[in-house]
Ligand binder design. Structure first.
Ligand SMILES: NC(=O)c1ccc[n+]([C@@H]2O[C@H](COP(=O)([O-])OP(=O)(O)OC[C@H]3O[C@@H](n4cnc5c(N)ncnc54)[C@H](O)[C@@H]3O)[C@@H](O)[C@H]2O)c1
Length: 360
């Protein structure tokens, strides 16, 4: 592609909140094949916070001026209900878009985003950073090369503690907890966390969801979205999956666990879900129950956001297709919406938010 400066992709970042400050902007700034050129947020206080995070980026409060600032692609990191209008605006302005999960609040909105990008001849992708985590890539290789044998089941728990007034740790300004507002979030723990799990399981198994059954709960918090959900999943090849997401699990508990079990072994991945590199991957042999730690190369063990951003920019610069087409994200969105239609949440019987901490 022709980029504004030829060799590096010129990025614009839309939405200067928690994800942008802690994960996206540092990755865009560190990226080897891109520059963070412009940032957009209607809130001047949010932009002020970015003076230290991305000092070289030009701040904008108006979208038109931002889109005209010589950028090639945007990263959308706003609350969920704004993904559709902002991706459509980016497409109209001829900018490629990497957009945070969940894609949108509905399948219709998600389809409209993809169509807008197709019509404008720009690339759309959803920012599922978990696909780029070094240990998840390694785990996919183990599945692919048959080390685990025939895969029978997958279990994934991704949970955190999210009280009504939740704010990211050490956040320097007042934080608007839109996550508990269904009109902006879509739903609670299901829409926030399960997109990651659904996408990751499909990536690891190289398979697609053929059936889903879901239940929800409002167990601890009395906000109008579910604070937990459990999904029973059948994959096309016959593997069964259980995916649990929650806002009601104190962060000190074991809350990020992933197990893929096959006839030859089980892979256990701990603390790899989330925004950072690291965690552990252990292989248990079906032959004798022996355990070994699976190592990853130190240069691969980098921020999954950074690896994703470099992969997206790399594909645009080289003309090679991004390996995750939007059709698979639309399919995930359909599963998510189907699950949402199945969950029913009651009132909180036991509102006792005694513990507290962050969310990741
Ligand atoms: N991949 C991950 O692990 C991960 C982690 C956190 C958040 N996210 C996703 O990132 C997105 C943002 O979440 P967050 O926690 O950073 O939210 P946040 O509330 O911390 O930040 C959102 C920012 O968007 C800004 N904004 C509002 N309207 C805007 C507009 N029209 N144009 C530009 N900016 C606008 C707000 O002023 C705010 O600064 C969500 O979609 C969330 O699901 C993903």
């Amino acid at each position: 592609m022709n980029t504004a400066n030829g060799e590096k992709l010129r990025w614009g970042l839309i939405g200067c909140g928690w994800a942008a400050k802690d994960f996206v902007a540092p990755a865009l700034t560190a990226s080897s094949n891109g520059d963070l050129v412009s940032i957009l947020d209607p809130d001047p206080e949010a932009l002020k916070m970015f003076r230290t995070v991305a000092p070289a980026a030009e701040p904008f409060t108006e979208a038109d001026a931002f889109f005209a600032s010589g950028i090639d692609a945007v990263y959308v990191a706003t609350p969920n209900h704004l993904h559709r209008p902002l991706v459509e605006a980016a497409a109209r302005a001829g900018k490629h878009a990497l957009c945070e999960k969940p894609m949108a609040l509905s399948v219709e909105d998600a389809e409209a985003m993809v169509s807008a990008c197709e019509d404008a001849g720009v690339v759309y992708a959803t920012a599922f950073d978990q696909r780029f985590h070094a240990r998840h890539r390694k785990l996919r290789e183990l599945v692919e090369e048959g080390t685990l044998g025939t895969i029978c089941s997958a279990r994934l728990q991704y949970a955190c503690w999210l009280p009504p007034d939740w704010s990211p740790d050490d956040y320097p300004r007042e934080h608007d907890n839109w996550r508990v507002d269904p009109s902006r979030a879509g739903s609670g723990a299901l829409f926030d966390l399960a997109p990651h799990g659904l996408d990751l399981l499909q990536y690891l198994l190289d398979d697609e969801v053929s059936e889903v059954r879901a239940m929800g709960q409002r167990r601890v918090f009395d906000y109008p979205v579910e604070d937990g959900a459990a999904l029973l999943i059948r994959f096309s090849a016959g593997t069964l999956g259980v995916h649990q997401v929650a806002y009601n699990m104190p962060d000190a508990l074991p809350r990020r666990t992933l197990e893929i079990q096959g006839t030859e072994g089980t892979a256990i991945s701990l603390n790899t879900m989330g925004q950072t590199p690291g965690g552990t991957l252990t292989l248990v042999s079906a032959a004798d129950g022996g355990r070994r730690t699976v190592e990853v190369e130190p240069e691969e063990d980098r921020s999954p956001f950074l690896l994703q951003i470099e992969a997206f920019a790399g594909s645009l610069l080289s003309g090679e297709p991004f390996p995750f087409p939007p059709e698979r994200d639309l399919a995930t969105m359909r599963v998510l919406v189907k699950a949402l239609g199945q969950i029913s949440v009651g009132t909180a019987p036991d509102a006792s938010p005694a513990a507290s901490s962050g969310r990741s």
